[in-house]
Design a protein around this ligand. Structure first.
Ligand code: S3P
Length: 180
C-alpha cells in the first residue's frame, strides 16, 4: 500500500513524510529525487531544458516504475495531480492525504526554500504562483481521500493526524473486506 501526501509546494509534504516514515517504519519515496536521479539533471534543469510538459511525463513514468506491492510513503511534487492519470494511480494504490496549507503560509515558506526544485516560482512570479495555487485547490480536493486543514501545527502533529486518519481508513477497509 502507498500512503501519499499531496499539496502545493511548501505545504510540508517532505517533512511530514519523513516523520511518518520513521513512525511507521516505512520507506519514503521522494518522487522528484527519483526523477532527478533518473534524468541526471536537477528539477530546474529539466524544466529549463525540456519544458514542463516533459517533466510531467517523467513524473508519470517514475510513478509507474514504483513497486505496486511495496508499502511506502510517497512524497510527490505538488504538480503531480495536474496529470489526471497520475492522480488515478495514487487513488488505486492507497490513501491520499492532502496537506491544505493557506496561501499566506505557503508563500512565506516558499521564500525560505531552495529554488532549485521549484523553477515554477522563478518563472511565474508570486502573482502567477498564487493563481496556480488557487487553480489547483480543486485538483487536490478531488484527488484526496483526506484533507488536513490545520497543518500549521508542525510536521510531527500533522504526521500524527495522518496516522489517526490512516487507522480509521484501515479499519474501514478491513470491515469492507476489500481492497480498492
Ligand atoms: C512542482 C512542485 C515541485 C517540483 C516541481 C514542480 C509543481 O515539488 O515537482 O518544481 O508543479 O508544483 P514540491 O511540491 O515538492 O515543491
Amino acid at each position: 500500500m502507498w500512503i501519499t501526501l499531496t499539496g502545493f509546494m511548501g505545504s510540508g509534504k517532505s517533512s511530514v513524510a519523513r516523520h511518518l516514515g520513521t513512525e511507521l517504519g516505512l520507506p519514503v519515496v521522494d518522487l522528484d529525487a527519483c526523477i532527478a536521479a533518473q534524468a541526471g539533471l536537477s528539477i530546474a534543469e529539466i524544466f529549463a531544458e525540456q519544458g514542463e510538459a516533459a517533466f510531467r511525463r517523467l513524473e508519470l513514468e517514475q510513478l509507474r516504475r514504483l513497486d505496486v506491492d511495496e508499502d511506502l510513503i510517497l512524497d510527490p511534487g505538488g504538480g503531480l495531480v495536474e496529470t489526471l492519470e497520475a492522480a488515478e494511480v495514487l487513488r488505486r494504490r492507497g490513501p491520499v492525504f492532502w496537506l491544505d496549507v493557506r496561501w499566506d503560509q505557503v508563500r512565506s515558506r516558499l521564500r525560505g526554500l531552495e529554488a532549485d526544485r521549484r523553477p515554477l516560482v522563478a518563472r511565474l512570479g508570486w502573482p502567477g504562483v498564487e493563481e496556480l495555487y488557487r487553480r489547483r485547490l480543486v485538483r487536490y480536493a478531488r484527488s484526496a481521500d483526506f484533507r488536513l486543514g490545520s497543518v500549521e501545527a508542525g510536521p510531527e502533529d500533522t504526521a500524527r493526524q495522518v496516522r489517526l486518519k490512516l487507522n480509521a481508513w484501515q479499519a474501514l477497509r478491513t470491515a469492507e473486506g476489500g481492497v480498492r
